[in-house]
Design a protein around this ligand. Structure first.
Ligand SMILES: [Zn+2]
Ligand SMILES: [Zn+2]
Length: 105
């Protein structure tokens, strides 16, 4: 199973629980996208490439997903390395110490 974590913007108060990038589960692969209508982060299912098909685009959305916040259907892949806040475009999404993250201690 994949893991999800709470992320909070360093600039505004946007908060989201996300897998923050590619999240490979047993039967599904998720990736994190930005809804172009409401600028929220959405973990969406992407098509799992056939075994050995390394050239396949791993970020093709599975089916016809809609945004859980606004019902929008336009998505762009989120930069999960830079983690820019999709709401204010100034802050960076940081993992919350108080969210539903995995505990190591
Ligand atoms: Zn922000
Ligand atoms: Zn939306």
């Amino acid at each position: 199973m994949g893991f999800k974590q709470t992320f909070i913007c360093s600039n505004c108060d946007y908060k989201v629980v996300t897998g923050a990038g590619r999240d490979v589960g047993m039967i599904a692969i998720n990736n994190t996208f930005v809804c172009k209508d409401c600028n929220s982060l959405q973990d969406l299912r992407v098509i799992k490439p056939a075994y050995g098909d390394f050239k396949a685009d791993k970020n093709i959305l599975h089916g016809d997903p809609t945004c859980s916040k606004c019902g929008g259907k336009k998505f762009v892949l989120w930069d999960h390395l830079g983690k820019p806040c999709p709401k204010c475009n100034k802050g960076v999404m940081k993992p919350s110490k108080h969210g539903s993250s995995i505990r190591w201690d």
